[in-house]
Design a protein around this ligand. Structure first.
Ligand SMILES: [Zn+2]
Length: 159
């Protein structure tokens, strides 16, 4: 994916995240995201604040910049790297390559149906445990219950 397309996708992701959490995609937040996306390596919060100041197309306060970082992290746009008492950030450029599946298991006959789980992959991708799991490989969601066949069998018996 070229950078422009990817940046547009990240803007959309941030806007969706904010609206899902009852927050506004303000011109200040949009500006901070624009500056964030100019970094091709890791950066610290002060470095980001300085880069925002250097771009004089808009004035944003230090507090606004610092408060945006956890939001960008929760939106799955930034990865927070805590190392040796310093915290830095990097833009998550690669879409997560995660094998996410769901297993539907019948608790009566044990039949299993295996399905893809794209929403589970999205969810894992934006979790704060990315420090521990920089590149999670797989996730499985198990759903237990009675399959259609066993349900029908049971309801016939109870009649
Ligand atoms: Zn069954």
């Amino acid at each position: 994916m070229d950078k422009e397309k990817h940046d547009a996708r990240l803007r959309f992701a941030f806007a969706s995240f904010l609206s899902a959490n009852g927050l506004r995609f303000t011109p200040e937040r949009s500006h901070i995201l624009k500056v964030v996306l100019t970094f091709s390596r890791t950066f610290g919060s002060v470095e980001l604040w300085e880069a925002c100041k250097a771009d004089d197309s808009m004035r944003v306060s230090r507090a606004t910049v610092f408060n945006s970082l956890p939001l960008l992290e929760r939106a799955g746009i930034l990865r927070r790297i805590a190392f040796d008492r310093t915290v830095s950030y990097e833009v998550i450029r690669q879409k997560l390559q995660l094998r996410a599946r769901q297993h539907l298991v019948c608790s009566e006959c044990g039949k299993v149906r295996r399905l893809q789980a794209p929403l589970l992959a999205e969810w894992v991708g934006c979790q704060p445990y990315r420090d521990f799991f920089p590149a999670p490989e797989s996730a499985v969601l198990t759903v237990n219950g009675l399959c259609g066949k066993c349900r029908r069998k049971k309801s016939k018996k109870s009649k």
